[in-house]
Ligand binder design. Structure first.
Ligand code: ADP
Ligand code: 5GP
Length: 206
């Protein structure tokens, strides 16, 4: 029986460690395709166009929206971010799980369109540790860090919309938990209806 691909949405405060977890998860397991978003923010040192993001202008981003090329998009601290449609639809139709690392407004747009999406929220072990990680990453100015922490306060209100929280204290454990959550989701009866029906029919024919 062919497995159907699941959309997994991973959100969490900036600096909680989503990117780090996704990198480790996809290095360890071949099962997952990571969607690459489009964004209007500038690349950080070490980021490459087409690897972490597709870095586009405001005009290009607005064109993508108009052409229905994004399955969701949102504004985040002065910039646009969005998920290209084609990659996600292609992977799902091939039975491959797709992970979207996106913020909360986008997550809710996905949940509306794909009711069986699994929504994960990555949490830091404490707020002080979140600030330490943001500062330690060294990629944003103090002003932008303050804006991202304010955004974290706003996003914290919406955590109950998610199916699971993952606390990123020990990185290896967080990676395993994400993997286990996704693998468990595949075992839900609703995702195995065809198999259940086959066994029912076989039982009737015994
Ligand atoms: P996000 O993608 O959620 O914004 P990052 O993955 O960029 O966060 O992580 C933010 C910072 O925290 C990075 O410097 C990263 O190396 C560090 N970090 C991530 N996970 C852990 C962890 N489990 N323990 C300590 N530091 C971590
Ligand atoms: P960063 O600038 O730190 O890479 O990302 C900022 C925020 O934007 C993070 O919360 C990240 O998850 C979110 N984000 C990244 N890509 C997308 C996307 O395609 N759509 C939405 N809605 N949010 C995204």
């Amino acid at each position: 029986m062919k497995r159907k691909g699941i959309i997994i949405v991973v959100s969490g405060f900036s600096g909680a460690g989503k990117g780090t977890i996704m990198k480790a998860l996809t290095a360890k397991y071949d099962d997952y395709a990571l969607s690459i978003s489009a964004t209007t923010r500038d690349p950080r040192p070490g980021e490459e166009n087409g690897r972490e993001y597709f870095f586009v202008s405001n005009e290009e981003f607005e064109k993508l929206i108009k052409e229905n090329g994004l399955i969701e998009h949102a504004g985040y601290v002065n910039h646009y971010y969005g998920t290209p449609r084609k990659f996600v639809e292609d992977k799902l139709s091939q039975g491959i799980d797709v992970i979207l690392e996106i913020e909360i407004q986008g997550a809710l747009q996905i949940k509306e369109q794909y009711q069986d999406a699994v929504l994960l929220f990555v949490m830091p072990p404490s707020a002080a540790e979140l600030r330490n990680r943001l500062k330690g990453r060294g990629t944003e100015t103090d002003e932008v860090i303050a804006q991202r922490l304010q955004r974290a306060r706003d996003e914290a209100v919406g955590i109950e919309n998610y199916d699971y929280i993952v606390i990123n204290d020990n990185l290896d454990r967080a990676v395993e938990q994400v993997h286990e959550i996704i693998q468990s989701a595949h075992m839900a009866p609703s995702r195995n209806q065809e198999f259940i029906n086959t066994i029912r029919n076989e039982l009737n024919e015994l």
